[in-house]
Design a protein around this ligand. Structure first.
Ligand code: ADP
Length: 438
């Protein structure tokens, strides 16, 4: 292409020079010949410019050959323009079809542009949001549905998780917004009335929370009496002492069950809230590892920090997730060293908890985070497990937009990975290699 343009320009210059030479030869005025040369060149350029202007007003035509240095540029402009015309006409062709199918849906659907202005909505959306399209067209979504969470959600532009908002005088309605991007930069928004679903979820949560809360006091009282009886009962009465000790063990188990259930319902109730605390993971991990090392003095806990990333999150939730993972590695790690790592990955920082213990058969892995799911019930009970530890970890992961991965092989050990998205990172990594051995 470049060689052809060069040749074309050489030909043009040769033509202008030829005209100048003929003029010079005829008149013997070489100054005039030079003028003639420049005039021909100017004429050629002017003519070319006129053709370019003509092409701008008739873009469907092929571009003119081009003036000096312009041919390649014009060709590129032509290709880009043709592509844009094609894309916009195919999007224009598909939009009526899309709108027609959305209009017939019972679900409320809206189309907004990249500035969040309403382009279209169906009857169901008008009914659900209590608006008329004719009055709202072109308005921003946050003006139509005024809610601070919706505004932030649209501004943040991360639509991985649907958004739930409460509306009404007493926040009695719950609407769920699901966004997906389409076309050049438009968004399709589905809105669902999930009031009933939300009410049932809240009832279940409240029920579990209330029952756990109510159980706490009687449990504490019974535990107190058991301890008193243990001290009052003569050591010689071994049968009674044994019964009291079993009672005490079961009471401790019930207490941890109640406190795990309470904690789970409390983190569930704030799941939708933004977790914006700046968490120094290095400090938090050192803290948790130090606490657990004191409880399990005979075990090796190796903390390796190779990332200095701080993340946005809730310290208490993260602390409980980390300690659940580490305690599991200690419980099911068969006395193997437990390695805790904070590393950088291509998608974001990650927490790794590794052990070389029992391992988990592949068939159990997908169900591990279900409440009360245990691979080996007797072992879990023997180690004082409640069956809620990984359910808590999963909840914390979801509320921090993190992903929990489990790599495990029976008899070889396990590695639990909690990978945080880079959007949660506060400061970028600097120094590497800080390592802390315990
Ligand atoms: P639990 O309180 O019973 O430990 P969790 O929810 O923490 O409940 O874990 C669920 C099950 O996953 C456990 O019962 C155990 O069988 C299995 N598990 C969890 N962590 C590990 C691990 N590091 N190695 C082997 N098995 C594990």
């Amino acid at each position: 292409m470049a060689a052809r343009i060069f040749l074309l320009e050489i030909r043009r210059l040769a033509l202008a020079a030829g005209c100048g030479f003929v003029w010079g030869a005829v008149t013997a005025e070489w100054q005039q010949a030079l003028m003639c040369f420049l005039a021909v060149l100017l004429f050629l350029w002017g003519w070319q410019l006129a053709r370019v202007y003509h092409w701008f007003s008739h873009p469907e035509e092929f571009p003119p050959i081009g003036g000096p240095g312009m041919r390649g540029v014009l060709h590129d402009v032509y290709v880009l323009r043709s592509r844009a015309i094609q894309a916009s006409s195919s999007s224009r062709r598909s939009q009526p079809y899309l709108k027609e199918s959305l209009a017939s849906m019972r679900e409320a659907a809206l189309i907004i542009n990249d500035s969040s202005e309403l382009l279209w909505c169906n009857d169901a959306a008008e009914y659900l949001l209590g608006v008329r399209f004719a009055d709202e067209e072109g308005k921003r979504l946050s003006e139509i549905v005024s809610h601070p969470s919706l505004e932030t959600y649209v501004d943040v532009n991360n639509f991985q998780k649907p958004l739930r908002i409460h509306r009404g005088a007493a926040s009695e309605f719950c609407l769920q917004f699901e966004f997906s991007k389409f076309g050049a930069d438009d968004r399709l928004v589905f809105v669902k009335d999930v009031t009933e679903q939300d009410r049932l979820e809240r009832m279940r949560r409240d029920f579990v929370g209330n029952v756990s809360h109510e159980l706490r006091t009687p449990l504490t009282v019974i535990k107190g009496y058991t301890e008193t009886l243990q001290t009052l009962m003569p050591a010689s009465d071994s049968t009674l002492q044994k019964s009291l000790s079993v009672m005490d063990t079961q009471l401790v188990r019930m207490e941890s069950l109640v406190s795990d259930l309470l904690w789970l319902s409390s983190i569930e109730s704030v799941e939708g809230e933004r977790k914006e605390g700046q968490i120094d993971m290095e400090a938090l991990l050192s803290d948790v590892v130090m606490e657990l090392a004191a409880v399990w003095p005979s075990r090796v806990l190796d903390l390796q920090i190779s990332s200095s990333q701080k993340i946005l999150g809730d310290e208490n939730e993260l602390r409980s997730a980390i300690s659940n993972l580490v305690v599991n590695a200690l419980k099911y790690g068969e006395n193997s060293p437990v390695v805790v790592k904070w590393i950088d990955t291509t998608v974001g920082p990650a927490l790794l908890v590794e052990d070389k213990g029992l391992g988990i058969a592949a068939k159990h892995i997908p169900r591990l985070t279900e409440r009360f799911y245990r691979v080996d019930k007797s072992r879990s009970l023997a180690t004082g497990g409640t069956g809620l530890g990984l359910a808590i970890v999963k909840h914390v992961a979801v509320s921090h937009e993190a992903k929990l991965f489990v790599d495990s092989e029976l008899g070889r050990g396990s590695c639990f990975r909690l990978v945080f998205p880079s959007s949660r990172v506060v400061a970028s990594a600097s120094g590497l290699g800080a390592s802390d051995q315990r």
